[in-house]
Write a protein that binds this ligand. Structure first.
Ligand SMILES: Cc1cc2nc3c(=O)[nH]c(=O)nc-3n(C[C@H](O)[C@H](O)[C@H](O)COP(=O)(O)O)c2cc1C
Length: 400
């Protein structure tokens, strides 16, 4: 199973802006994710980053000039590449290119190509804040949105020119995420998906807590995949180091009790609930008000059981499709099947944790999906993003 972008023909349009160096990084990210990328750049882009960089990273000739006499096919590039593209990203899009595209001007390779494009286009404007906020640029961006293109908000902060405000090119992973979303089929449109992710922290005193090694990567991957497929997504997340996924409502919690409250508040109108958080089973009976001093040779903590959120969801669910996770260190089959039945789940994702490429903290996972009818579906080791899509494929199949 490959990610959405794998094998797709993407054309990266690069214009003469200071952020052109970031498009080299974006190109690298696209190819790393299996896309076949062609670069079409303006002459002025070449003043910032030379075509050799883009050609080396894409493994293909870059197109700059439709009248290049050394390339016999140059004159048809704008049509051929447009017909073969699954997606187009213009990053950075200069004020000049934004104006040309909005008004249908075709006076160089990239602007001419853009008029022939029929696939989804992501426009990433990047420029000085005053240029970006100027009425003509804003008007032109509105026109591009009205034409159905995805215009990404530039980042805000200190720009290369020293101004502070909106205008910087979004980071390449965010651009990749938005392009991927645009190219993903919307089979969860109109559905609300509630996902939990990450560990919980049970405080011992103000500076110490009990937790586990969950990174949140699997749950965040499910949340992102659901958003890409058109769902309205709420992510209830324990403490993680991960960036907020775009276009997803995040409810941040710390303890198992906080997580339970957030989940019960959100479950009512959810169509699908995926509980991938590693929730602490026990909490400290009494959290110390002040830091516990290292005086005694032995310290005993008294723990009390937390409510079982998944169990409660299984009892309370009406129409919600409920997916649980079972992270086990042994007897995966038995433990997962027992949990599936006892907690009234519609599917359980079992994985053996503690392996180098599977489980906590890794980017890949090897899981088996278990269903109430007794079926088990072992999946090969793959990226957590790909696992997330397979889980949602199976959910969609059963929702229908
Ligand atoms: C050093 C320098 C940095 C520039 N940075 C930007 C920029 O970030 N965004 C932008 O819209 N224009 C920027 N410009 C202006 C564009 O290069 C100029 O408008 C050019 O005509 C754009 O051509 P193109 O869209 O065909 O690449 C910059 C110009 C210079 C000299």
């Amino acid at each position: 199973m490959k990610t959405t972008i794998h094998g797709k023909n993407i054309v990266l349009g690069v214009c003469g802006g200071i952020a052109a160096y970031k498009s080299a990084e974006l190109l690298r990210l696209l190819t790393k994710n299996g896309a076949s990328v062609r670069v079409m750049m303006t002459r002025n882009a070449g003043a910032f980053v030379g075509p050799v960089t883009f050609e080396a990273l894409s493994g293909k000739p870059a197109c700059i000039d439709l009248f290049d006499r050394t390339d016999p096919d140059a004159s048809i590039r704008h049509i051929e590449w447009a017909q073969e593209a699954h997606g187009v990203v213009i990053a950075p899009a200069t004020a000049s290119m934004v104006a040309k595209y909005a008004h249908g001007l075709a006076d160089d390779a990239l602007s001419t190509f853009l008029l022939a494009v029929t696939c989804p286009v992501v426009v990433c404007p990047s420029m000085n804040t005053d240029m970006y906020l100027s009425p003509p640029v804003q008007r032109n961006l509105e026109m591009l949105k009205a034409d159905g293109h995805l215009v990404l908000e530039p980042g805000a902060g200190e720009l290369a020119c020293g101004t502070v405000g909106p205008g910087s090119l979004p980071e390449p992973p965010l651009i990749l995420d938005r392009l991927t979303s645009l190219l993903t089929r919307k089979d969860l449109e109109g559905r609300k998906v509630l996902v939990t992710a990450g560990p919980t922290r049970e405080p011992i005193d103000p500076v110490r807590f009990i937790t586990n090694p969950s990174s949140g990567k699997m749950g965040y991957a499910v949340a992102r995949a659901a958003e890409h497929r058109g769902a309205s997504v709420v992510l209830v997340s324990g403490p993680t180091c991960l960036d907020d996924p775009p276009n997803i409502r995040i409810v941040r919690v710390r303890t198992a009790q906080e997580m339970a409250r957030a989940v019960f508040e959100e479950m009512g109108d959810a169509d699908v609930i995926v509980k991938s958080a590693a929730v602490g089973d026990y909490r400290v009976r009494e959290t110390a008000a002040h830091k516990i001093k290292k005086t005694a040779d032995e310290l005993t903590l008294s723990l009390v059981k937390n409510d079982d959120i998944l169990m409660a969801l299984g009892e309370r669910k009406t129409r919600q499709f409920l997916v649980g996770f079972a992270a086990e260190t042994r007897d995966l089959q038995e433990n997962a099947r027992e949990k599936l039945a006892r907690k009234n789940l519609d599917m359980i994702v079992g994985n053996l944790v503690g392996q180098p490429s599977s489980g906590f903290g890794t980017d890949t996972n090897r899981v088996t999906l278990f269903y109430p009818d007794g079926q088990a579906e072992p999946l090969e080791e793959m990226e957590k993003d790909a696992v997330a899509h397979i889980i949602l494929d199976r959910v969609c199949g059963r929702l229908a």
